[in-house]
Ligand binder design. Sequence first.
Ligand code: ISE
Length: 335
Amino acid sequence: GTLGVAVVGTGRMGADHVRRIDRVIPGARVAAVADVDAGRAAAVAAGVDGCSVHTDPAAAMAAPGVDAVVVASPGPAHEAALLTALEYGLPVLCEKPLTPDAAAALRVVRAEERLGRRLVQVGFMRRYDAEYLGLKALLDEGGLGRPLMLHHRHRNAASPPGFTDAMLVEDSVVHEVDVTRWLLGQEVAAVTVLRPRASGNAPEGLADPQFVVFETDGGALADVEVYLNCRFGYQVQAEAVCESGTARIGDAHGMLLNTAGRWGGRVAAGFEERFEDAYDRQVRAWVDATRRGEVTGPSCWDGYAAAAVCEAGVRAQVGGGRVEVALADRPALYA
Ligand code: ISE
């Protein structure tokens, strides 16, 4: 039957997932929503048939008709919501980060291990983006030889109010942590963070842009330019430098325009636009797998490994220098 989904957190991403599940994805419906802001939850649920409104995530998960959960609350609230979902035995699609810190992520891994089966998929949606998938297929096919370096660029028009240096790593660079691990099939072993003199666009309290370097356990290097107040739009690019060639994605999307003595195209306004197809594909794949009783996609382990790298990144921001990543042993459940 139709999968009844509880959406926990109805902010920017949660509201977008409610719209997506309600209008885009076949085989699923939004059965309940929860948000600390009851008014916001009610506004998002308005017009969604048979959707109950809650302030307590656990109440939304226990509501009639709920078979699965989307967690889209802020990162620090994820652990509690995930542990409740696991306690109820509900499959979860959890927005990134799994949790901001590694200890909390490991507690979620351990809870899933005790259950003895996977229930959680982490919302690393770039793995569903057509361009990233093309790059992954090219690297796996091996014709370019061994990947030596990845160059990532991650630019946002403006950072949300209250965004901190730690969030720049935990909420933004976490995507590059995941795609680096996924593209290379290697773990990030050490992190270094460098910062140029801040942009005049940088808000008080945020060093922006920053330059993050990963060293992997397979001997590859990845660098990330992360610039969250570039003003001109939302842009995510990646280039793989391999032994016998390079491959680059994210340069242009869609139409190339000639007019008024110039050529060019549009830059997306935000992540909803740039990754719209990836989000749709991710949620469709999650709904389809969940209805088959399967869990596919990035796991709790991927969420934990990313959190461990981010924790090293935050330590590198604070203390400077090169910080090694401490990673627990990978449990058999995620082999
Ligand atoms: C946001 O939370 C995201 O996940 C976006 O993909 C990222 O570009 C942005 O920097 C984050 O704040």
